[in-house]
Ligand binder design. Structure first.
Ligand SMILES: [Mg+2]
Length: 291
């Protein structure tokens, strides 16, 4: 195949020379490879759209974290002539690749892409005019995910989120307001975490949206409302197992679209954006993805 790598060389700096290793490993597997290192915000999106318009390659390999993957997805979706995407986990936060259980070693990945991976038409989401491949989140979890330093995150794993999150709640009473409206659901009030997810892996948690699937034509919505501390603790301790969804202060459902009004920042595949009022919808089966 003719593979064009769009790589964020600043993502996951500690991983060595990922770009070079990927290029060599893919050439070794018999592919024709071109390479583009990104330099700034939305550069990956522009490059992906350009490649789609040109149609000179067969596949765009997005190497970086969830943010890079988000930009490449947007670039592809905004082109009239879409190319398939192949995500490679090359960042500090790789929720989507980890949901797909993709190898994160360049040599193994090149073998996997060549011998095992197949193209699948997957769902993505759209918030306002921005596409997302994994999740739109707001409230404490996304605040905490941005605040928790990555060293602490890698040492403690998801436990770092509990500690930081609960600390925030106890010390500051960090609640935001939200109004959520969908076909069968309405809530207006204070909340702790709200997310609309395509996959089930969010912020390192593998079961945050327990049965979410990128092939079912629906988005999964999780709302953790303001709750007494013991209930928040119970929710936090059950996040890893996915048992938090049965807590009485948690709403969990699937939908094709919804409207959200909030005073909290939104985290779109790991990037902070501000939408006071937003429509969120599923775009079913429109992105071709290799996994
Ligand atoms: Mg789904």
């Amino acid at each position: 195949m003719r593979i064009h790598i769009i790589h964020n060389p600043k993502a996951g700096k500690l991983l060595g020379n990922v770009g070079e290793e990927l290029i060599l490993a893919l050439i070794h597997q018999g592919h024709r490879v071109s390479y583009y290192p990104t330099t700034g915000n939305m550069d990956a999106a522009k490059e992906a759209k350009k490649q789609c318009d040109l149609q000179e390659v067969d596949l765009i390999l997005a190497a970086g974290g969830d943010g890079t993957l988000n930009e490449v997805t947007n670039g592809i979706m905004y082109s009239e002539k879409k190319l398939p995407i192949a995500p490679f986990a090359g960042g500090t936060s790789n929720d989507f690749c980890s949901y797909l259980k993709l190898p994160d070693n360049p040599q193994e990945y090149a073998r996997y892409l060549t011998k095992k991976a197949k193209p699948h038409c997957i769902d993505i989401g759209k918030v306002g005019q921005r596409y997302f491949i994994n999740v739109v989140a707001c409230g404490m979890l996304s605040e905490v995910a941005h605040k928790t330093d990555s060293q602490l995150k890698s040492v403690l794993g998801s436990f770092a989120y509990y500690i930081e999150g609960l600390k925030e709640i106890i010390t500051r009473g960090l609640y935001n307001n939200i109004e959520v409206q969908s076909k069968d659901f309405h809530y207006k009030g204070e909340f702790v975490v709200f997310l609309v997810s395509n996959s089930h892996t969010i912020g390192g948690f593998k079961n945050l949206a327990p049965d979410a699937s990128i092939n079912d034509g629906y988005l999964n919505v999780l709302l953790i409302k303001k709750a007494p501390f013991v209930n928040l603790l119970d929710i936090a301790m059950n996040l890893d197992k996915g048992a938090h969804v049965s807590n009485p202060y948690v709403d969990y459902f699937t939908t094709k679209d919804l409207c959200v009004i909030t005073d909290s920042q939104m985290d779109v595949d790991g990037e902070h954006l501000f939408y006071q009022k937003s429509n969120i919808q599923v775009i079913a089966g429109e992105l071709e993805c290799y996994y």
